[in-house]
Design a protein around this ligand. Structure first.
Ligand code: PEP
Ligand code: MN
Length: 335
């Protein structure tokens, strides 16, 4: 961290300020005295330093972080890619995983039919919401605990590990049989939930918040990891911009950026990013080309009658066609 002191800062004030920094934070302070101003360089772990507090001090002209505030998620301290084993399937090892399934689990027949078909097309995980975070309180809220039971039945039938969203910390025990626990975009900054998920030993799919910066997203991963759970998978699912043709705007550049900044695997959700089924294949191809470790795609056996997100859901046939192209693209990139 670099702190530029105001030109009028006296030697005495500078010494007092440096002493305060050394005392409050476990850092060394290097001093460069220039002709017009003095610059302090803080060496050591500056993650605890409150940059706004420093900036507000009378003697400070400006302050800049030169090191990221996240440590555990940072590639600088963990250069190799993290590979996560979820229900016996590896994510982040260079292979491409496709998580597919309906937005919401609706019935036993529905989830089993979809699970069987997406598996045939090459999906490696079954997704399906049991607890649904809906914008309207009048919209379908999910089958809740029954939905989790149906996902377990579908896993037994197909062998596909399951991914489903948690909304509150008190449900963690109920999610014990789940292979990957999803934290939805709306809960990315539910820090109490993240802290509790940091205490368990289970992969977490952390979706990017609707208007979260990449740094905020990585700080949310840091909440989980600092609690002891290093199995975090990041999921880019589109962010809110001024463009309203699509439901959100898929931030393609976030994929290589996050892969550069962090060692965690990155999965892309083209369904929630676009809100339109006809865009899903194209965005999937772009995400794979940009380096995604996986995709999470909504598939429904009867989209017009889906209880949620029908407009963005592929039919099993459309998914099969898209998956073939996606795997071909991956093969081409690897060859
Ligand atoms: C979902 O995956 O069904 C979902 C609600 O996603 P998001 O949190 O990205 O909106
Ligand atoms: Mn959905």
């Amino acid at each position: 961290m670099i702190i530029v002191l105001k030109p009028e800062c006296t030697k005495e004030q500078q010494i007092l300020f440096s002493e305060m920094l050394k005392e409050n934070y476990d850092v060394k302070v290097n001093v460069w005295e220039g002709v017009h101003s003095t610059v302090l360089g803080l060496l050591g772990d500056t993650t605890q330093v409150d940059i706004e507090f420093i900036d507000a001090q009378d003697v400070v002209e400006s302050v800049k972080r030169v090191q990221e505030p996240y440590k555990k998620a940072n590639r600088k301290f963990h250069p190799e890619n993290t590979v996560i084993d979820a229900g016996g399937v590896k994510i982040g090892d260079g292979s491409l995983n496709i998580m597919a399934g309906p937005c919401s689990v609706e019935s036993e027949e529905q989830i089993i039919e979809i699970a069987k078909s997406v598996k045939k097309s090459g999906a490696t995980f079954l997704r399906g919401g049991a607890f649904k975070p809906r914008t309207s309180p009048y919209a379908f809220q999910g089958l809740k605990a029954e939905g989790l039971d149906l996902l377990k039945i579908a896993r037994k039938e197909t062998g596909l590990p399951i991914v489903t969203e948690i909304m509150r910390a008190s449900h963690i025990d109920m999610f014990e049989p789940v292979d990957i626990i999803q934290v939805g975009a709306r809960n990315m900054q539910n820090f109490e939930l993240l802290k509790e998920l940091g205490k368990i030993d289970k992969p977490i799919l952390l979706k990017r918040g609707l208007s979260a910066t990449i740094e905020e997203w990585l700080m949310s991963a840091e909440y989980i990891m600092s609690g002891g759970n290093s199995k975090v998978i990041l999921c880019e699912r589109g962010i809110r911009t001024y463009e309203n043709f699509t439901r959100n705007t898929l931030d393609i550049s976030a994929i290589p950026i996050v892969k550069k900044l962090s060692h965690l695997p990155v999965v892309v959700d083209p369904s929630h990013a676009s809100g339109k089924s006809w865009l899903v294949e194209k965005l999937s191809l772009a995400a794979v080309a940009a380096g995604a470790d996986g995709l999470i795609i909504e598939v429904h056996n009867d989209p017009p009658h889906a209880l949620s997100d029908g407009a963005q859901s592929l039919t099993p046939k459309q998914f099969d066609k898209a998956a073939k192209k996606i795997f071909k693209m991956k093969e081409a990139l690897d060859s």
